[in-house]
Design a protein around this ligand. Structure first.
Ligand SMILES: [Fe+2]
Length: 241
């Protein structure tokens, strides 16, 4: 059993994640030790601010991937972006300046933690209208969705998929937010998990505790889907169940 990381900042020197190749290789080493075998690299993309386009990222990826393959031949890397939602995102995606997940129709979008529900709902509608399939990055971070099951259900009905960070599932059992996150996973609202790893210190790609919790709590099919099945379906541009 292996894990596919659907959200991380391991590509070197492109955002507030890994600062250089040495740190990226250390992060890959940690990921490997945790049973991570597929990784979608999702650097931040701020419309109107980020200078690195998909082709700039590809050049960095093409240099980085052989380094990873040399030390960790079992690890497969893919390219994506974490798009901070704003005017021009759809155009950037259509022009190929911003990456979808692999070459699929799925796109990872993030918002400000204090964004309004209207903004999230509007983004989902706009992306779907343009035939993209929105995945809400670390959905547990947005106040407007927190403990609003009816809103969570509404965006899913409108075509959104939800990604959660692995760390959100291993807080204290007495913590209301951890409980909410666990409920969302156990009831099947979350399609994807990611480490959102940024470095080797406080945001490193450790997943073992979350994986052992998932294994205990989920049936085999749901466990496998969250570990890697859904991520693989996305890269194949298949519809998720
Ligand atoms: Fe991120």
């Amino acid at each position: 059993m292996y894990f596919m990381d659907m959200h991380c900042h391991i590509l070197p020197g492109v955002d507030d994640g890994s600062r250089d190749e040495a740190m990226s290789m250390e992060m890959i080493g940690i990921a490997y030790s945790q049973g991570i075998r597929k990784i979608v690299l999702t650097p931040h993309y701020y419309v109107g601010k980020t200078k690195k386009t998909a082709s700039d990222l590809k050049a960095i990826f093409d240099k980085f991937e052989p380094m990873v393959k040399k030390d960790y031949p079992e690890i497969d890397l893919y390219m994506g972006n974490e798009i901070y939602w704003g005017r021009g995102a759809v155009e950037g995606l259509k022009e190929g300046i911003i990456n979808t997940y692999g070459d699929s129709k799925y796109v990872l979008v993030e918002f400000s933690p204090r964004c309004s529900y209207n903004e999230v709902y509007g983004a989902v509608r706009e992306l779907v209208q343009h035939r993209f399939r929105p995945i809400i990055a670390h959905m547990e971070r947005y106040q407007c969705l927190n403990k609003h099951m009816e809103r969570v259900e509404e965006i899913i009905e409108n075509g959104a998929y939800l990604q959660m960070n692995v760390d959100s599932l291993i807080g204290s059992l007495f913590d209301g937010h951890t409980k909410w996150c666990r409920k969302l996973v156990l009831e099947g609202y979350i399609s994807l998990l990611g480490t959102d790893a940024h470095n080797i210190d406080d945001r490193a790609p450790y997943i073992e505790q979350t994986v052992s919790w998932l294994k205990k709590k989920l049936d085999e099919d749901s466990f496998e889907a969250l570990m890697h099945g859904n991520g693989e379906a996305i890269l194949d541009n298949k519809w998720l169940d």
